[in-house]
Design a protein around this ligand. Structure first.
Ligand SMILES: Nc1nc2c(ncn2[C@@H]2O[C@H](COP(=O)(O)OP(=O)(O)OP(=O)(O)O)[C@@H](O)[C@H]2O)c(=O)[nH]1
Ligand SMILES: [Mg+2]
Length: 301
């Protein structure tokens, strides 16, 4: 029985660890039917236990530290075909991916993980953060020059720092996220890895923050047009899908800051914790985080 191995990639705060925590909770608790179930599992899953209990209690999962390489493995089983799927969640921080982008260097350990990759789960987040600088952002920094009809809500400069200053201090890691993702995908396909995933499932996390009635693919097309065009352009070779996923169901605070306003109280009223999860797209059942992984594995009939 062939093992199917997938990789997970996404920049900082794109929702990777939260997804892993919720997926583990879902398959471990068996509260809800999912298209893939928990597989034979060996090894150390203490990290999974830690993050999934923090998820279940309605707290944010801790940020993955920049130098940690948490080797998450979630073994899933497709019971109809008896196929085992090995989801390698090397829980790399977004910072680690950003470092690969900025330095053009990849650690040996990460390289070898990618070399056995079949499908790719690519994370982006719907938490609005405009990550490129337009002339409107520059205008915002100079209020006297602001055109009066500009809607403030539409402009959220990503840089915490003064955007004008940012213009003069280019650093690779402050490139727009879609530029970094397209470059990382291109770099995987190029020397020395020559590695193309067989399929790509784009996960738009924090889907509860997306404008209502939006389709995930439409969101990607509008918010990340470069990445969308890149995926479209190679889709005959590398099929892709876009899912909207709310792994938390809403915003939750950090455990150390429980009083920060959030949706936690509402979410905790949902007695079956797995029902807080929302998955949108491709006829996935409402709460089924394993749906994109079944498709990645080529097991959707
Ligand atoms: N509203 C909302 N926020 C979410 C959801 N899922 C994740 N988040 C938030 O998104 C942020 C990043 O989530 P993580 O899972 O830590 O992201 P990550 O990709 O592992 O980040 P790094 O470890 O920094 O690379 C956190 O503040 C989460 O609370 C969701 O379903 N809804
Ligand atoms: Mg993380």
């Amino acid at each position: 029985m062939a093992d199917v191995q997938h990789m997970v990639m996404g920049l900082q705060s794109s929702g990777k660890t939260t997804f892993a925590a919720a997926l583990w909770y879902l398959v471990d608790s068996r509260e809800i039917d999912t298209v893939l179930s928990k597989g034979r599992h060996n090894g150390d899953f203490q990290y999974l236990e830690t993050i999934s209990s923090s998820w279940a209690a309605g707290w944010q999962v801790p940020r993955t530290s920049s130098d940690s390489l948490e080797p998450i493995r979630i073994n899933l089983l497709h019971s109809q075909s008896n196929e085992e799927i090995d989801l390698h969640f090397v829980d790399l921080s977004g910072e680690a991916f950003e470092k690969i982008f900025a330095t053009r260097m990849i650690e040996e350990k990460i390289k070898s993980l990618f070399s056995s990759m079949q499908g790719l789960l690519l994370f982006v987040t719907a938490i609005r953060k405009k990550d490129d600088l337009s002339i409107l952002d520059v205008g915002l920094a100079m209020p006297d020059e602001m055109p009066s009809e500009v809607d403030d809500d539409e402009i959220v400069p990503a840089a915490e720092s003064d955007p004008i200053q940012k213009l003069s201090e280019f650093s690779p890691s402050s490139s727009p996220q879609q530029v970094q993702l397209v470059d990382l995908l291109g770099a995987l396909a190029d020397a020395p890895l020559f590695k193309q995933p067989s399929r790509i499932a784009v996960i738009i996390s924090a889907w509860d923050k997306a404008p209502p009635q939006t389709e995930p693919e439409q969101w990607l097309k509008t918010r990340m047009p470069l990445l969308y065009q890149y995926l479209r352009n190679q889709q005959l070779e590398i099929p892709f899908r876009v899912y909207g996923v709310s792994a938390q169901g809403g915003s939750v605070p950090k455990k150390e800051q429980p009083n920060v306003p959030s949706d936690r109280a509402e979410l905790l009223k949902v007695k079956i914790a797995g029902e807080r999860i929302k998955v949108v797209g491709h006829d996935a059942a409402n709460h089924d985080l394993s749906h994109p992984i079944r498709w990645l594995s080529g097991l959707e009939s």
